[in-house]
Design a protein. Structure first.
Length: 338
């Protein structure tokens, strides 16, 4: 379930309302007029009253194993839904799921008119700059400094001896000790999830968190999105430069380095000690092994083994990339002389 420190959670939605809201077809007519959806979750979660969706063949095994009571699927996959689950047939399963999730969950908002909510708990030695806003139920450790006009959203946890720079925003996040977020860093905003159906485009609710472990530093203007359902995690002592984008559900290991303008798409896994040069890019659902190096300007389209260096667009082993560049240069010069 989404963390109630960060999300207001509705009780339930009547199944008939769900069918009307999503324009889906209930494949178990005997359920009409009865049943409720109480939670939205991925296929890998499950339980009575849980709703999931299936829209990608890569996760067919997850569909077969799901414990969710209700599953949004296209007509082509209704027969693949386990006997213990009920299929809700729709042309756009993810959009249907998103519309239900939007009804069940809402990001908590700052309550009241006081900039520092009375429920905030701060240990000794916390320093607050002018214009700081801190929402309800936040906890902040000793020696932490929060600079001018930073905003800390409801429920966040910030460890000891941290620094939160001016004009930074922290939402849906748990920060360890000695974490630094430099001016204008944005942690825990919604990841980029969009789906669509006959009614138009719909934002897919982002129901996870961001976890910054001890000694992480985040540069100015960097954005780290909260998870879509699971957490976005940045491992201990990882150093992130200015103007970096880390997408939802990413798992970045310990002691990694991400140089300026690096872009990491959603659900990427990065091993310990990996390094990214400036303007490196990675598409979604890629695994990058421990100690791998992604050269400046490289764009990664497939998994990178541990301790491997890749370069170019699309990224490939750096030795191969350099040989290709030399060959191209030689042939270009030969053509010019001819």
């Amino acid at each position: 379930m989404p963390d109630p420190r960060f999300f207001d959670i509705g009780s339930k939605i009547d199944l008939d309302q769900v069918v009307a809201l999503t324009s889906s077809r209930l494949t178990a007519p005997e359920k009409k007029g009865s049943g409720f959806i109480i939670a939205c979750a991925p296929l890998s979660f499950g339980g009575i009253g849980y709703a999931a969706f299936f829209s990608d063949r890569r996760y067919l095994t997850n569909l077969h194993r799901t414990g969710a009571e209700f599953v949004f699927v296209t007509d082509d996959f209704v027969d693949q839904v386990p006997a213990a689950s009920i299929a809700l047939a729709t042309a756009s399963p993810q959009a249907a799921w998103a519309r239900v999730a939007t009804q069940l969950y809402r990001t908590r908002r700052h309550e009241g008119t006081e900039a520092i909510h009375p429920s905030v708990k701060m240990e000794a030695g916390v320093t607050l700059g002018i214009g700081v806003v801190i929402g309800q139920d936040v906890e902040i450790g000793a020696g932490t400094r929060i600079e001018a006009y930073a905003v800390i959203g409801p429920g966040c946890r910030i460890g000891r001896d941290c620094r939160i720079g001016a004009h930074s925003t922290i939402y849906c996040a748990l920060l360890g000790d000695r974490v630094q977020v430099l001016s204008g860093g944005h942690i825990g905003e919604a990841g980029f999830g969009v789906s669509g159906d006959a009614k138009g485009l719909v934002d897919v609710p982002q129901l996870g968190r961001v976890i910054l472990q001890d000694d992480v530093s985040v540069g100015s203007g960097t954005c780290i999105d909260r998870g879509a359902y699971d957490d976005t995690v940045i491992g201990e002592a990882t150093k992130i430069d200015n103007m970096v984008q880390v997408g939802h559900n990413c798992q970045i290991g310990r002691n990694c380095i991400l140089a300026a303008h690096t872009g990491i798409s959603g659900s990427v896994k990065v091993g310990d000690g990996a390094m990214f040069g400036g303007r490196a890019g990675v598409i979604d659902h890629i695994d990058i092994g421990a100690g791998a190096k992604i050269a400046a300007g490289a764009c990664v389209f497939k998994d990178v083994p541990a301790a491997t260096m890749v370069s170019g667009f699309p990224a490939r082993p750096s030795r191969q990339f350099l040989r290709e560049m030399v060959w191209l240069e030689k042939n270009a010069m030969t053509k010019d002389k001819g």
